[in-house]
Design a protein around this ligand. Structure first.
Ligand code: ISL
Ligand code: CA
Length: 513
């Protein structure tokens, strides 16, 4: 198997709207991102994954795509996107974009054509139109069927503004082949496939979950793999969100996707046995397939990792914050720092969601009228939704928008973020940012994909050695533990004890050979 760039890559997720605003309209854009490329290069990442950048009414942060072959005007132009790809490549940073094959925007040319053409038309066959609604529920809440003025109903697994494509229609297959080529031809290095497991629907089986992982979906990815294989080293990474490892593994068969997000850490408690088992199982799933494992501590859909690790329930959910599950943020920070060293030391590739390297916390107090996430709206305001992890980044200065742009920011930033700007953290050797920088530098030199062997330092401690002789030790117990024999301490997530012992909730990278 050839060593391809993604096997051991550190991939930085850019949520473009919230990264950096180049023209002062309060919305992050390509100009802002291009100006900050040196930051990402210094941080030491190998690739950037951008959430959808296409023209979109933004009913779901761009996951409602109106045109798969252009750029959202508030983000920039297609020409700028091409320049951005070139500039990233000059810095040896690869570019992964998001493709959304399950649904388009209701403003897409195809859906508008379907509405105009009426019942029975070929244009309607590209979506799921029916005379009667089914009983499936939308993943964002409420029914999954919405009626149009002529009386028919259409399916949307997500928001009503996101009609689902009909993947039994060959035209849909051809369209996405063409979209993949469009971007590969423009130098894009990889595709993140949104909601990858739910494309194919079975309405007749009576299963309320008759859209998850149906066999035909694998044919889609086999054909995408054949297409990507015509190009040089293009990555297909799937968003395949379900806990069943056996079914997950099917997407990683040698003729399907190269990798898929492993979301296991998002649900895993901060507990040594659970984490050890999660790692063991993940590697056991990937190894036989020759696919690199991936490690994810956060993304744009889940509560910020610092906030999660400060709660009794560490799961990814945003939902319980309003019901008074307070987060001990100091504890959360300590654990998030340790978790970062753990994730970055493991074999495979690692994803870093923008702001994770700054230790940003979930923003709980966004005024209701400013919340945009359809999850918030569709749930009848029973869950706060995902806006709290999407607040624009603080770069510099003492006042909002903290260098995000010259104007405002589309979601308000907490006042306290003046202490965690890139500028402030750059000057602080002990900051989260400098921990990530140091870890990514060491990782690039000697970690990445490969093997690891566990070493036994006691039940409450995770410890393993990589082939370079680097040993990662994470203390998940309540009290300090002694370190295994070593030549040097390369990096620690927090201060060690006076006698060199490893305190609770702390991780360390040791040189052991
Ligand atoms: O966001 C979730 C939980 O907080 C998931 O249920 C999520 O909706 C699911 O994993 C699919 O996510 C992807 O597709 C959605 C989009 O809203 C998400 O942002 C995206 O990551 C629809 O395109
Ligand atoms: Ca802007």
């Amino acid at each position: 198997m050839s060593e391809t760039w993604w096997r051991g890559a550190a991939i930085y997720q850019v949520y473009l709207r919230s990264f950096a605003d180049g023209n002062g309209d309060g919305i992050g854009d390509l100009a802002g991102l291009r100006a900050r490329l040196p930051y990402l290069s210094d941080l030491g990442v190998d690739a950037i994954w951008l959430n959808p950048w296409y023209p979109s009414p933004m009913a779901d942060g761009g996951y409602d795509v109106a045109d798969y072959r252009d750029i959202e005007p508030s983000f920039g132009t297609l020409a700028e996107a091409e320049e951005f790809i070139e500039e990233a490549h000059e810095l040896s940073i690869r570019v992964i974009i998001d493709v959304v094959p399950n649904h388009s925007s209701d403003q897409s040319a195809w859906f508008q054509e379907a509405l105009a053409a009426g019942p029975g038309s070929a244009a309607r066959e590209r979506f799921w139109f029916r005379d009667e609604p089914g009983d499936w529920k939308s993943i964002f809440g409420g029914p999954a069927w919405t009626q149009v003025p002529d009386g028919q109903w259409y399916l949307h697994l997500f928001a009503p503004e996101q009609p689902d494509f009909n993947w039994t229609n060959p035209e849909v297959h051809r369209e996405f082949h063409d979209v993949l080529r469009f971007w590969f031809d423009r130098g894009v290095d990889g595709i993140r496939i949104d909601s990858a497991a739910v494309l194919v629907k079975d309405f007749d089986g009576g299963d309320p979950d008759g859209y998850t992982d149906l066999p035909e979906v694998h044919e889609v990815y086999r054909s995408w793999r054949r297409l990507s294989d015509e190009y040089d080293e293009r990555l297909l990474v799937g968003e395949v969100w379900f806990p069943d490892q056996e079914r997950f593994a099917r997407y990683l068969r040698p003729d399907e996707l190269h990798t898929a997000f492993n979301f296991d850490f998002l649900g895993c408690p901060w507990d040594p046995a659970a984490l050890r088992e999660s790692i063991r199982q993940t590697l056991a799933t990937h190894r036989p397939l020759g696919a690199p494992a991936t490690w994810v501590l956060s993304n744009h859909d889940v509560a910020r990792v610092v906030t999660r690790y400060g709660r009794a329930d560490t799961s990814w959910d945003h939902g319980d914050r309003r019901d008074g599950a307070p987060s001990d943020l100091e504890l959360g920070h300590r654990r998030a720092r340790a978790a970062a060293l753990l994730a970055m030391a493991l074999p495979g590739s690692v994803y870093v969601y923008q702001g994770e390297e700054l230790g940003l916390t979930e923003v709980d107090d966004i005024p209701d009228e400013l919340r945009q996430d359809p999850m918030w709206h569709r749930s009848g305001h029973t869950v706060p939704g995902r806006d709290g992890c999407r607040v624009p980044l603080p770069w510099s200065g003492d006042e909002a928008p903290f260098g995000f742009g010259a104007g405002s920011s589309w979601l308000p930033q907490p006042e306290a973020w003046k202490k965690v700007t890139v500028e402030a953290q750059g000057a602080d050797l002990g900051s989260m940012l400098n921990l990530y920088r140091a870890a990514l530098r060491i990782r690039r030199e000697e970690l990445g994909d490969g093997t690891m062997s566990w070493i036994d330092v006691g039940d409450d401690v995770l410890a393993f050695t990589r082939e370079s002789g680097l040993t990662c030790v994470v203390n998940l117990g309540a009290g300090p533990v002694g370190l295994p024999p070593h030549e040097a301490v390369l990096l620690a997530s927090g201060p060690l004890g006076d006698a060199g012992e490893l305190p609770s909730d702390t991780a360390v990278w040791l040189r052991t050979a």
